[in-house]
Design a protein around this ligand. Sequence first.
Ligand code: ASP
Ligand code: MG
Length: 406
Amino acid sequence: MPIVVQKYGGSSVADADKIKNVARRAISAQEKGNQVVVVVSAMGKTTDNLIKLAQQVSEEPDEREMDFLLSTGEIVSCTLLAMALKAMGHDAVSLSGAQAGIKTDATHSRARIMGIEPRRVIKELDKGRIVIVAGFQGITSRMDITTLGRGGSDTTAVAVAISLGADVCEIYTDVDGVYTADPRLVPEAQKLDEIGYEEMLELASLGSKVMHSRAVELGWLYKMPILVASSFSNNPGTLIHGGASMEIGNKVRGIAHDLNVAKVTVVGVPDKPGVASAIFDPLAKASISVDTIVQNASIDRVTDLTFTVTKTDLNKAMKVIAPVVKSVGAKECVSDTRLAKVSIVGSGMQTAPGFAARMFRALYEAGINIELITTSEIKITCIIDEAKTSEAVRALHKAFELEKGV
Ligand code: ASP
Ligand code: MG
């Protein structure tokens, strides 16, 4: 019998009625002849609220206890869903991440899945039950509960789907698929019927908050088709799969934007070997991921080095950099947080000429200044003034005629 894994996000299980809606959808998938596993997030804002509570009792909550606390959010939604299913006359069982065999490393608050031992899940499915798995959590080899990082239930769902050899992993959320741009900024944005993993990854990591990027990465690695669709309708959604990009290459597929960008400039850096490594080594050791890096050509053997980090990491980055500025003999280190990233995403970007020129022209015509530029095989990114984000996304959407569909 085909196995289907469905994942429902926090907004899809936010109250009792919504949980009953999810129950009905799971039953309907089972009645179509599938074995059904449902992965759930915590109800609505539960995780945020638990974090707030923890911060009220401790300035720096212990990370093991924090993970154990946060894991309870998903336990609430998964037990309620199992009860709802039983009340509708269908056999179901809820399992915590640990019971479902999800083994992780011990990196609390952003643990990585080391492997899944799906025996219990398979046993329950074979009894004809709908199996509900609590998302976002796992267990270490020392039996401590971990969480996978915010938004991690998507990753649970894809990993469970892979471990069971499911036909598809369905991610149900409050939007009905992946759009060419954020529909709140661009009303003409079109829903994509399908998209490649790599392109989706760029859209996900660049701030189109439809799906957790780690989940897309995992799907890509194991070629698990992922359907993103709405839990509130029966619209077809967007299928993320491997076959897509080849057929539809050399086209801009979407405009991504990200407001979580800060720029750091180390001013007056002596232009000599070893300086860049002196700056970036400590950042790497502090687990701060650096995105765009630009080093100006030096004048009189002195240069400026600029890079971007997330706004969230800025304070930490400035602290790490301060002693380095002194030790390498740079003048100072300054930062700017009023920035955003806008990107055009599509496969074959670098090999096809003209995309960059068209992007820069569109921004220029909209009167938007470009602070930094980066390109990759699959995207071109400009860092711009945060206040101009919506205008930029709209201008680019229009310039690449995405309102006509892709
Ligand atoms: N409940 C967790 C969060 O809010 C995990 C998830 O929603 O996927 O981040
Ligand atoms: Mg969530």
